[in-house]
Write a protein that binds this ligand. Structure first.
Ligand SMILES: [Zn+2]
Length: 403
């Protein structure tokens, strides 16, 4: 009896979530259209919409006419009623923002950080940034989504290793933010967040089996399998930046040898560029450490040494992705983050590498593209994560004052 009512409650929550998702995707929705989009019965839709209107989450607007008979009322998701905060922690910067329920950016702040500052003071700075953003959000901020570099232990709630920035593994990011703001906090690996943003904004069609590759100073993959993020038991799925592509390679911070990150990241690009730009006949030509951003600008300008270093780095990265493609047989591979900023050359090299190393049957049907979401897709994805997690229990989060 008790079990039955729990199950009924779960089903009820699920149905509300399905309706909220459909409303988010269709701004001109009617009850009839919702029936089609969700597969729920008309009485069920009527009941749920009544509930959502009572909560203030949905409004009814004047009808949509089809020229015949009574106009069906248009339903509108009150996306401005609540907001979510989103954070992206990276090795060199933190981005924090506030988004509305439709995924529109409302406010944002960004700070450069460095490992010399240490993880704990950086965390304090982050809390300061978020406090200011939440204070000026005008409407209630319901939850916080956080994108962090992997390997991230989803179930322990801690970053396991942030190469080049020690100290983070000692910080329970979720607990600290929950204590500071009294809001539910959801943390996930940055590539998973990017994949969520890509699915939300580019549609679920064609993205139901997707690899979302995020490469800057570290490399990670978000795995979308059958339209859901696949995390594995502890959240380490997609950690292929620490898969070795050279068993004789140099030792990596993770303890393994020859990790892909040592060859296909922007750190590798900086090292390779130094070698490519060096002319042994002119020992003075050894450049100072050039930052990845400057090298990528040189790539776009056509600089020969920069383009050579970039081509090598991108082909190593894609060579690493080949193993993932063979393992998961995705329909689409989407690349994102700093490594993609070298202009057209990125997709040229990716295509060449995939043609060379994939079986023709796999290569022919594979879609490869660069993420085109504006701004920081991983930050945007952190807001999608927060929103999606709240959709697990809509009557807890969206009931408002009426509850
Ligand atoms: Zn490694």
């Amino acid at each position: 009896m008790k079990q039955g009512s729990i199950n009924q409650n779960v089903q009820k929550e699920n149905n509300i979530s399905v309706v909220l998702r459909a409303l988010r995707a269709d701004a001109e929705c009617t009850r009839i259209r919702l029936t089609g989009a969700t597969g729920l019965t008309q009485p069920a839709i009527t009941k749920i919409i009544g509930q959502l209107i009572e909560w203030g989450t949905v409004s009814e607007l004047e009808g949509v006419g089809n020229g015949i008979g009574r106009k069906a009322a248009r339903l509108h998701l009150n996306a401005q009623r609540y907001r979510v905060a989103a954070v992206r922690i990276n090795r060199t910067y933190i981005n924090a923002a506030v988004y509305d329920m439709a995924g529109r950016l409302y406010d944002m702040d960004s700070r450069e950080i460095s490992s010399e500052e240490g993880a704990e003071p950086t965390m304090e700075r982050l809390i300061g940034m978020l406090s200011r953003l939440i204070a000026r959000a005008e409407v209630p901020v319901l939850s916080i989504g956080v994108a962090v570099p992997g390997p991230y232990n989803y179930f322990a709630g801690r970053i396991s290793l942030m190469s080049g920035f020690p100290g983070w593994s000692d910080i329970d990011i979720r607990a600290e933010l929950e204590a500071a703001f009294g809001l539910p906090v959801f943390v996930d690996q940055d590539a998973n967040c990017g994949a969520l943003a890509e699915m939300w904004h580019s549609g679920y069609e064609g993205n139901s089996d997707m690899l979302f590759i995020c490469a800057d100073r570290g490399i990670g993959a978000g795995l979308i399998l059958e339209s859901s993020v696949y995390r594995g038991r502890d959240g380490f799925a997609g950690e292929f930046g620490h898969a070795s592509i050279n068993i004789f390679g140099p030792r990596c911070e993770c303890g393994n040898r020859g990790c892909l990150e040592l060859y296909g990241s922007t750190v590798a690009l900086e090292n390779l560029y130094r070698q490519e730009a060096f002319n042994p006949m002119e020992p003075d030509s050894l450049p100072e450490n050039t930052a990845a951003g400057e090298i990528l600008a040189l790539v776009r300008e056509g600089d020969v040494a920069a383009r050579r270093a970039y081509s090598k780095t991108v082909s190593y990265l894609c060579f690493g992705v080949v193993g993932m493609i063979n393992t998961f047989n995705p329909a689409t591979v989407v690349f994102a983050d700093k490594i993609t900023e070298g202009g057209n050359l990125f997709l040229q090299v990716a295509d060449r590498t995939f043609r060379e190393y994939l079986m023709p049957e796999i290569y022919d049907r594979l879609q490869v593209r660069v993420c085109t979401l504006e701004g920081d897709p991983m930050l945007m994805g952190a807001s999608v994560l927060a929103y999606d997690q709240m959709l697990q229990a809509p009557s807890v989060y969206f009931r408002g004052e009426e509850g």
